[in-house]
Write a protein that binds this ligand. Sequence first.
Ligand code: FE2
Length: 382
Amino acid sequence: MSTPSFFIKIPYTLIGPGNIDRIKELLDQFDAHSALIITDRGVKEAGLVNKVTAAFKKAGCSFTVFDGCEPNAPSSTIDKCTKQAVNEQPDVLIALGGGSVIDTTKAVSVTAANNVKLSDIIGKQSLPPKVLPKIVIPTTAGTGSEWSRLALLSDQADGRKKALRGMSLFPDAAIVDPELMLGMPPRVTADTGVDALTHGIEAYTSKTAHPTGDVFAETVIKLVSANLPRAYSNGKDIEARYNMCIAASFGMAAMTTGGGGLAHMIDGSIISKAHISHGAALAIITPHVMELNLPANIEKFARLASLMGVRISGLSLEEAANASVEAYKKLCKDLGMKQRLRDVGISKEDLPQIAENVAKFAGPRLAPHKSDDILRILNAAL
Ligand SMILES: [Fe+2]
């Protein structure tokens, strides 16, 4: 009998159109009378900060805004936001934005509570004990950061992507409101949506996958396959946006319970070199990771094809499994995503350095995979 060990934690989350107007319910839970809203200029220009601050005014909660977040959460931005939080001593932090904003907020919840710089905590075995409460309001549907204990950031000291990990990084609450995503541009919709799909696929086909994690993963794969093309072609499709919201959060639950995969170990080193989004890097790398993993897990990949909407009746198991890779590639192509590393400015000479960076980022987690596999994947993706 298979009896896998795993943990599950899902932050208290309000999900549904218009739920931003329920912010008072959450502020009351934390007895919060002041908030620091952490966001970026894109979110502000899209009018979402005004929408959220209107809800704060209605709730009678004072607030200030830090709108200096940048892609990939650079360490200097985290330190700048920390200074503001230390000066203002808000009762609660509010993350309003995509993955980088949420990850910046998570890091600041620790640095500001302990009055330290990011460099004081990065690379340490554990995080310092104090933490500020944080409510997360995603404006994209993909990273699932609202349900994770991770903060991914860029350490400008050595130019590498790094991760903070810890139970205190889980948001205390979240509001997932698809109305905040109606204006998301098609490119961001596609890139973030492919991230959610890849979370589902990597968890589903992981060696550590199990039936409970699969419940989340299967839902993610079905929802993204059916709804991402709709949300991409018509951003105002509220039902498609709603389903993508659920998929994004469930994608992180799938990964947390079932396990991650190699595409997520490789993509950071691609991003550092090519300066493309997380989802854009995954779209290029993931089919080749799937091809590597497929022979050892052929039934699961065949089922994956079916979940992605491929008719597998009449196909052999192997044909059905291979069809999952083709379905992933076709979806990404239909979403206008680049398919090869050379399309994003990476050349053959860059590959050994990228492979080395992957090994540094992954550390002991890479042990089951030979470094040859990484180079093989990168060469295949070139
Ligand atoms: Fe991801």
